[in-house]
Design a binder for this molecule. Structure first.
Ligand SMILES: [Mg+2]
Length: 303
C-alpha cells in the first residue's frame, strides 16, 4: 500500500517555496528564518482511544490531528512552517482511509499555508493510528511559555468553553492567527491552549509558574454546546466549561497594566474575556460573592 499511497500523495502535494526539497527523497528540507528557533510538536490519535471505531468520517480525524498540532504552536505564539504526517492503518481498506485522512487535512494545509513535508505509512492488524508532527518557528516577538505567570496578572480566555463533544472537537479553528497578532501587539506573560479542560490546563500554567489563581466563575464564557450537554448528560454548564477538554481556545496570562487595553481593544474575531487573576499562593480557587475564596479542584481529561 505504501508506494501506491505515496505516489497518490505526491501527485497532490503542490511545491512550496518554504520547502527547498519536498517529499520524495530520504528527507525534506525546510527553509527557516535565519536566527529563528525551531518549534516542534507532535500529537497521536488512535482509533478506539481518541476517536470512535470506526469514526464515520476519516477526513475529520485527519483534520483534527493537524489542527491539534497547529493549536499547540499557537499556544507558544510560534509561526507554523510545515507538518509531517504518519499513518498506521488496517490492512483491509487502508488505502482509502489514508486518502480520506489526507483529504481532510487539505483545507487546513491551504488555510494556514503549512505544507506536508513528508511522513510515513504502514499497515498492520490493529486499529488506525494517525500521528502528525508540526514544525514552526519563533518570531521576533518571542515565545509564550507556561512558566511566565506572575502574581496580579489577569487570566483571559478566547472564545467560549465546554461541550466540544457535540462537534467542536472536530471542527475547531486553531488560534494561530490570533496568537501571532496578540504576540505582535501586546505583552503576554504566559499561555497554553485548552486541550484537556480549562481548569486542568490553567493548573499546568500555575504549576509551571509556581503561583495560584482565583477565578470569577460567573465570568467564564460558557458555550451553547456546554448548556446543551448539561441538559442531556447532566452536570452544570459551568462544570462543562471548566472541565470539558478539546475547546482548543487559548488561556492568556496578561500583566495587570496590559489587560484593560486588550479587553477594550478586543482585537480578535472572537471575544477575549477576563476570568480571574494570578495570586502568590499555589492552587486554584473560586471567588465567592462575599469576597472569600474556596478551593476549585482542577478537572478534565488526564492522559
Ligand atoms: Mg497544548
Amino acid at each position: 500500500m505504501e508506494s501506491e499511497f505515496l505516489s497518490w500523495l505526491r501527485a497532490r502535494l503542490p511545491e512550496h517555496p518554504r520547502l527547498s526539497l519536498g517529499p520524495g527523497d530520504d528527507a525534506a528540507v525546510l527553509n527557516m528564518q535565519p536566527g529563528a528557533g525551531c518549534v516542534l510538536t507532535s500529537d497521536l490519535l488512535s482509533e478506539g482511544t481518541d476517536f470512535e471505531s470506526p469514526p464515520g468520517d476519516w477526513g475529520k480525524v485527519g483534520r483534527k490531528a493537524l489542527a491539534m498540532n497547529l493549536s499547540d504552536l499557537a499556544a507558544m505564539a510560534a509561526q507554523p512552517l510545515a507538518a509531517l504526517v504518519s499513518v498506521l492503518l488496517p490492512r483491509i481498506g487502508g488505502l482509502a482511509i489514508a486518502q480520506q485522512i489526507y483529504d481532510g487535512m487539505c483545507p487546513l494545509v491551504a488555510e494556514f499555508d503549512i505544507p506536508i513535508a513528508g511522513g510515513d505509512t504502514n499497515s498492520w492488524e490493529g486499529p488506525a493510528v494517525v500521528s502528525v508532527t508540526a514544525v514552526g518557528q519563533t518570531t521576533e516577538h518571542g515565545l509564550w511559555l507556561r512558566s511566565g505567570a506572575r502574581p496580579l496578572d489577569r487570566v483571559l480566555v478566547t472564545g467560549s468553553l465546554g461541550g466540544s463533544i457535540l462537534g467542536h472537537h472536530f471542527d475547531f479553528v486553531p488560534r494561530v492567527r490570533e496568537a501571532l497578532l496578540l504576540n505582535a501587539r501586546y505583552r503576554i506573560h504566559a499561555a497554553t491552549d485548552i486541550s484537556d479542560g480549562l481548569s486542568l490546563d490553567l493548573a499546568n500554567i500555575l504549576a509551571a509558574s509556581q503561583v495560584g489563581a482565583t477565578l470569577d466563575t460567573g465570568r467564564i464564557p460558557i458555550s451553547p454546546a456546554a448548556r446543551r450537554v448539561a441538559r442531556t448528560v447532566g452536570g452544570t454548564p459551568l462544570e462543562h466549561a471548566l472541565g470539558d477538554g478539546e475547546d482548543f481556545e487559548l488561556i492568556l496570562i496578561v500583566p495587570p497594566d496590559e489587560a484593560p487595553r486588550l479587553l477594550s481593544d478586543q482585537p480578535l474575531p472572537v471575544p477575549l474575556t477576563q476570568i480571574g487573576h494570578i495570586i502568590p499562593q499555589p492552587g486554584l480557587w473560586e471567588r465567592q460573592a462575599d469576597g472569600s475564596r474556596t478551593p476549585l479542584q482542577p478537572r478534565g481529561y488526564r492522559h
